[in-house]
Design a protein around this ligand. Structure first.
Ligand code: IMP
Length: 206
């Protein structure tokens, strides 16, 4: 199916825009960052769930364009830490604190725990606001364990301590393509792709 609609992705992160372009490539849709769409907004993410935060961002941008708007929100949940840092993952120990320090602190807080006791997951919710103002969200996760030391230099954030037993590697040791295929964000985007196709089909047949 070839569609020609525009999608504005509510993020300032060029990496996310690149990833979504790759995943949606076969739909033939033009994916623009907020900046490329000429939209400058400082959006406060004050929701208490990933879905709420993604919707807050998508709705704020949708007020400025007739394009389809998408936004994501994600985080790391460590079971032994009561699912912290969760929706506060970016702000954990301070927004500007280097991830080497955040990662070392999580490893320290899990001292004495082994195997399944170190279980964790990355969660991603994606929200879309369509031109008719209808909304949809998708969510996906990747399960793993917190490692005993940082490993790997790919990716970002908590990737060097997020060990995926099925690969025997951290997500910082996976290539970009490998990570996109199994990651919370990659899988949530695949689900969103189905929602986009559903929206287009229902609106073309009207
Ligand atoms: P946001 O979704 O851009 O608000 O990001 C939330 C935060 O969760 C990031 O700043 C990272 O700390 C963490 N995070 C989300 N996804 C990943 C990932 O794929 N790798 C490493 N850290 C992640």
């Amino acid at each position: 199916m070839i569609m020609t609609k525009k999608i504005v992705f509510a993020t300032g992160n060029a990496g996310k825009v690149k990833e979504i372009r790759m995943i949606l490539a076969d739909l033939g849709m033009e994916v623009l960052s907020m900046k490329e769409a000429g939209i400058r907004l400082d959006i406060e993410e004050d929701g208490t769930t990933y879905e709420e935060n993604a919707l807050i961002k998508a709705r704020a941008v949708a007020a400025h364009t007739d394009a389809i708007v998408m936004a994501d929100d994600s985080g790391l949940e460590v079971d032994a830490l009561n699912k912290e840092p969760g929706v506060y993952s970016a702000r954990y120990l301070g927004e500007d604190t280097p991830y080497s320090i955040k990662n070392a602190e999580i490893i320290k807080r899990l001292e004495g725990l082994e195997g399944e006791q170190r279980s964790a997951r990355f969660v991603c919710a994606i929200a879309a606001v369509f031109p008719d103002k209808s909304e949809v969200t998708t969510r996906a996760t990747i399960e793993g364990q917190i490692g005993f030391e940082e490993k790997g230099t790919n990716g970002f954030g908590y990737d060097p301590i997020f060990y995926v037993p099925e690969f025997g590697k951290t997500t910082a040791e996976l290539t970009e393509e490998e990570k996109n295929q199994v990651s919370h964000r990659g899988k949530a985007l695949e689900l969103m792709k189905k929602e986009l196709m559903r929206y287009e089909e229902s609106h073309c047949s009207k």
